[in-house]
Design a protein around this ligand. Sequence first.
Ligand SMILES: C[S@@+](CC[C@H](N)C(=O)[O-])C[C@H]1O[C@@H](n2cnc3c(N)ncnc32)[C@H](O)[C@@H]1O
Length: 375
Amino acid sequence: MQKASAGKAGKPGGPKGGARNAEKAGSFKPRNDRHGDAAPRSVRAAEAASPADTKGDAAAEPARTLTIRSGERPAERVPVILESHGAGDFHLIDSGEGLKLEQYGPYRIVRPEAQALWPRALPAHVWERADAIFTGDTDEDGMGRWRFPREALGETWPLSLLGIDFHGRFTAFRHVGVFPEQIAHWSWMKERIETANRPLKVLNLFGYTGVASLVAAAAGAEVTHVDASKKAIGWARENQTLSRLDKAPIRWICDDAMKFIQREERRGHRYDIILTDPPKFGRGPNGEVWQLFDHLPLMLDICRELLAPKALGLVLTAYSIRASFYSIHELMRETMRGKGGTVESGELVIREAGLDGKTPGRALSTSLFSRWVPK
Ligand SMILES: C[S@@+](CC[C@H](N)C(=O)[O-])C[C@H]1O[C@@H](n2cnc3c(N)ncnc32)[C@H](O)[C@@H]1O
């Protein structure tokens, strides 16, 4: 194993991202430079951090650079489509014409869904009975507003998934406090933890309202949850109480994910399962910039170092990006060279389940994923 030395930033390259990436320091060099004579890739982690931030020890440390890995790439399993039919209080009722109709506990909710190109399956009167409709920007994270055609609803309401009680929440960015397509990963993780017969440590990066962290804690793991948003951490703590997991060993950490993992690496902390679900673009609490196309290779590289010797998995989800699952699949395989195991990658999809939650319809793709498992 060899570390690439710090040097000048490589040429823009990699996945589709176009001009957005072109002038960014921290873009990485094309793959054929990997063992060549050209200047080594040098994704400098410090570039993801605000220069004004002196919190923690990151500022004092030299930039962490991307490791050049050797050894065989792990075996592969592609494509893997992880399909969810809903669980607990959630199912997808119908979709079409740029919208989706979902059931979240007592409420039927209509939200924009650019991928639903097909006609709606259910009649108009079913859609018209919606309790909440999000209107506004059709961009995934765009601003907009909620309309409540039947009666005014409060900001939150109780929900339950995989045995975890938490709050659904009408947020300004069309989200409802949970990303139910993640159920596939959460069920996988829950089963691993429950059958491990040993204490496990889970790291949940970009953890949002904490549902994954609570699933892991309820299954018996010790959990470290990281998110840049104080508000989201507050909601996650509320969810911890709702789930009666106040005494569960969960560290709630409001920090920039990239900075946090670098510190953990230096401290020698290790985890058995790592979940990372980064947005395309985000900011840490001190303005640190997260750009998926610039920073993901280094993030995965550090996550590899954070895996315990008997680790059970590293799970990456990516959404709202213009890329094929192959781009994160091949990145994961390069990152995990020499580590054995298998990288399985594909899409997370939710299947329509009709009004009764039991009538299978069309599959709606929500995100890409890649996960390394030891065998
Ligand atoms: C889509 S949510 C992740 C969803 C979550 N994995 C789940 O399934 O519930 C993205 C989260 O990333 C957080 N975030 C954005 N930039 C960040 C950064 N630089 N460091 C840590 N968290 C960040 C946001 O606050 C947000 O909660």
